[in-house]
Design a protein. Structure first.
Length: 202
């Protein structure tokens, strides 16, 4: 079973946007023997996806450096992160904006006051490059999902196949075709916004 198939199963087993996806977070265990949804790629069990970086009990821990580092140390090899773009074009780990998008410096100053350092794409690319078999699932509530993928493509060297570890999500067929044309080998086509949720994927 390939990487793409594993991620699709985790996202779409059950209902599209996934009670299963969220329920899998509740256990910190990553042993495939205790989870009927777990599959292995090489030596790493991949039945758990860390959502919003993986720390979800406290809102201000989500989508932070602390969250992804903690998830990785706990054995997670698939980590999903939310991204939003600041008003001056920087992609940061953030679920949504309350009101208008801030400038990057304003965002950084506000979030550096918290006990958990914020995460942005530049930091994440550098951190991920030092890991092995760590797959990052990209999500954004903005309409320019292709711009996020393009920023990743520009920041990641694909000479050694690094692009395979970055998994963008498409919410419509145009995004899906665009992501394929950008060269991403692994893509999630998220169907909960699709007018026909019972569509068969072949």
């Amino acid at each position: 079973m390939g990487v793409m198939e594993v991620v699709w199963l985790l996202r779409f087993t059950g209902y599209a946007a996934g009670a299963i996806f969220n329920a899998l977070l509740l256990s910190g265990s990553t042993e495939s023997s205790d989870c009927e949804w777990c599959f292995s790629i090489g030596q790493f069990p991949t039945g758990r996806v860390a959502h919003a970086g993986g720390i979800w009990l406290l809102k201000w821990q989500r989508n932070t450096q602390y969250a992804v580092q903690k998830s990785y140390s706990q054995g997670f090899r698939f980590i999903e992160l939310d991204f939003m773009q600041t008003s001056d074009g920087v992609w940061v780990c953030q679920y949504s904006w309350e009101g208008e998008a801030p400038a990057y410096l304003s965002f950084a100053m506000k979030n550096n006051k918290r006990p958990y350092p914020f995460c942005d794409l530049a930091w994440l690319v550098k951190w991920q490059s030092a890991k092995k078999n760590l797959y990052l699932v990209l999500d954004t509530k903005q309409e320019n999902a292709l711009d996020l993928a393009g920023a990743v493509f520009d920041a990641v060297s694909n000479d050694s196949g690094e692009l395979q570890y970055w998994i963008p999500q498409a919410y419509n067929i145009d995004d899906l075709m665009g992501l394929r044309s950008q060269g991403f080998p692994n893509i999630i086509y998220t169907l909960y916004k699709h007018p026909d949720r019972d569509i068969a994927i072949r």
